[in-house]
Design a protein around this ligand. Structure first.
Ligand SMILES: Nc1ncnc2c1ncn2[C@@H]1O[C@H](COP(=O)(O)OP(=O)(O)OP(=O)(O)O)[C@@H](O)[C@H]1O
Length: 263
């Protein structure tokens, strides 16, 4: 059984002036148990819509979505419990501390305070998050630290399918490395299944078992980073292309150009 399976998923949005945007155009993909699948795409390619459909925040127009073998469209409440979405707009009670937010998050998933506390301490230790900062109000923490707490909250309910929507966008290079290191450790320690959306080539290459390139609501190719690069190797004189070059070869655009088009 797969952690996540999508078959032929379509989702369109009506814009002002009656224009229709196909945010998801026949998307099929799977994430195996313990696998990290990356979706690499510029702004507007449909990554967030994909994550929102899987997390049952948005209903697709057609297609099938299964999470650990359960139909996510029919049994949204049930599948919500087996996954966690971490996005930049992660919501916290800003006046409460990280510890309080984590305990609250655990309670939502039926984990008692007594059970949660030692696990929170262990997780915070693992990510090198000073225990004393965990009692400060969230609003005093940097964005990188808040993002780590968002990941820690998702981990509390493991084993889960984690949906990471641009987990390092907007972070300074140091925090970015920290968060990426944390994601690597999550996969080693927790055997989590992860769908990671990013527009960062290096991040996809470093963290993912397979990477898909997304453009205009379609996934153009989905395979191991090495194979993906080999597929689009022509044009670099036999040298293995970078993922940036691969993206260019697959779409005809650089990530920056494609982002400008998508907006
Ligand atoms: N609620 C909505 N109403 C109308 N259009 C939408 C809505 N949500 C997404 N779209 C459109 O669907 C397309 C895909 O958007 P989406 O946010 O999924 O892309 P993305 O790859 O996540 O981009 P970004 O990296 O900027 O978040 C865009 O053209 C966007 O404007």
């Amino acid at each position: 059984m797969k952690a996540l399976e999508l078959k032929n998923v379509d989702k369109s949005f009506k814009k002002r002036r009656g224009e229709v945007v196909r945010a998801l155009d026949g998307i099929s993909l799977s994430v195996g148990k313990g696998e990290v699948v990356g979706i690499l795409g510029p702004n507007g390619s449909g990554k967030s819509t994909l994550v929102r459909v899987v997390s049952t925040l948005v209903f697709p127009d057609s297609g099938e979505v299964e999470v650990f073998g359960v139909d996510a469209l029919r049994h949204s409440k049930k599948v919500q419990r087996s996954m966690n979405r971490v996005s930049v707009e992660a919501s916290f009670f800003k006046k409460l501390s990280a510890m309080e937010n984590l305990i609250y998050g655990a309670k939502l998933y039926g984990v008692t305070t007594g059970e949660a506390r030692p696990r929170i301490k262990e997780i915070l230790n693992n990510i090198g998050f000073a225990q004393k900062r965990a009692t400060e109000p969230m609003e005093h923490l940097s964005r990188g630290m808040q993002q780590k707490i968002a990941l820690a909250r998702a981990l509390l309910t493991s084993p889960v399918l984690m949906l990471l929507d641009e987990p390092t966008t907007g972070l300074d290079p140091r925090s970015k490395k920290d968060v990426q290191g944390f994601i690597s450790r999550i996969r080693e320690a927790h055997d989590s299944s992860i769908l990671l959306c990013t527009h960062d080539m290096g991040e996809a290459e470093e963290l993912c078992d397979r990477v898909g390139i997304m453009m205009d609501g379609k996934i153009l190719a989905l395979e191991e980073p090495e194979k993906l690069k080999a597929r689009y190797a022509s044009g670099t004189n036999g040298r293995v292309p970078t993922l940036e070059e691969t993206f260019m070869a697959a779409t005809g655009y650089s990530v920056e150009e494609a982002s400008a088009e998508g907006e």
